[in-house]
Design a protein around this ligand. Structure first.
Ligand SMILES: [Zn+2]
Length: 242
């Protein structure tokens, strides 16, 4: 005998075929050009892309699944400049990125903001599709290129809210590289007598940086050394590069 189904409505074949038709329409709709939404809202958030060319350590030209080309700026990291003027370790950072990414298929993950004010895509690049999701620390260390840049000392942490998905890991990775003097952390530093931190932006400056004048007095923090600034989780200003 049939169990009592209470308020459940009887099975209607018409509703089933309507659902199938709807699914097919949705699927066909997804075959056209990719919108930003579709690019970034897949189940695990990852999109397979091809790295066409490395522009500098943290910026590359990539090819999207629909074969359009995009400039991508990596989130959370800043590599030394390669021009205007070239900075120490800039060329090494480029070579490192070329070696790991150029000509390869990788997996793009985005954060809260898809693009920066220059119209570049903002993202994380996985050199291998993670086996588990969310990824564990060992997977992040091994396969997230943004993390590799920090761990191997080719980049400094650059946190720009609200794109902070991996910031807790990134802080640990930079500290590890800094304490072990890896890559750019082995470079000699022309230490200032002191530094000035902005407790609001969490950036720190050389005393003569033009940006210092605009820091509100209640946000101004005196930092004895560069080391102390990094220890207190300040990140270097991109203008005065302390
Ligand atoms: Zn500055």
């Amino acid at each position: 005998m049939f169990p009592n189904l209470g308020g459940v409505r009887p099975y209607r074949p018409g509703a089933f075929w309507f659902a199938v038709l709807l699914a097919v329409i949705v699927w066909l709709g997804g075959c056209g050009a990719w919108s930003d939404e579709q690019r970034t809202q897949r189940e695990d958030g990852l999109v397979e892309v091809l790295v066409l060319r490395v522009i500098d350590g943290d910026t590359m030209l990539i090819q999207m699944p629909d074969r359009t080309e995009e400039r991508l700026r990596l989130i959370g990291v800043n590599t030394p400049e390669v021009s205007d003027p070239p900075e120490p370790y800039g060329a090494e950072a480029v070579a490192y990125a070329v070696g790991h990414l150029e000509g390869r298929t990788v997996f793009l993950e985005t954060d809260v903001e898809t693009r920066d004010r220059h119209g570049r895509l903002l993202g994380y690049l996985w050199t291998k599709n993670p086996d588990e999701w969310p990824p564990e620390e060992n997977t992040i260390r091994a396969h997230l290129f943004n993390a590799r840049l920090l761990l191997d000392g080719y980049a400094q942490l650059m946190t720009v809210p609200p794109n902070v998905k991996y910031v807790e890991f990134f802080r640990v990775f930079q500290q590890e590289a800094r304490e072990e003097g890896r890559g750019l952390w082995s470079l000699p530093v022309d230490e200032e007598a002191y530094y000035i931190g902005n407790a609001n932006t969490m950036r720190f400056h050389r005393p003569d940086c033009p940006a210092v004048a605009s820091i509100a007095p209640y946000n101004r923090v005196h930092l004895e050394t560069r080391e102390a600034a990094f220890e207190a989780a300040y990140e270097p200003c991109r203008t005065c590069s302390p």
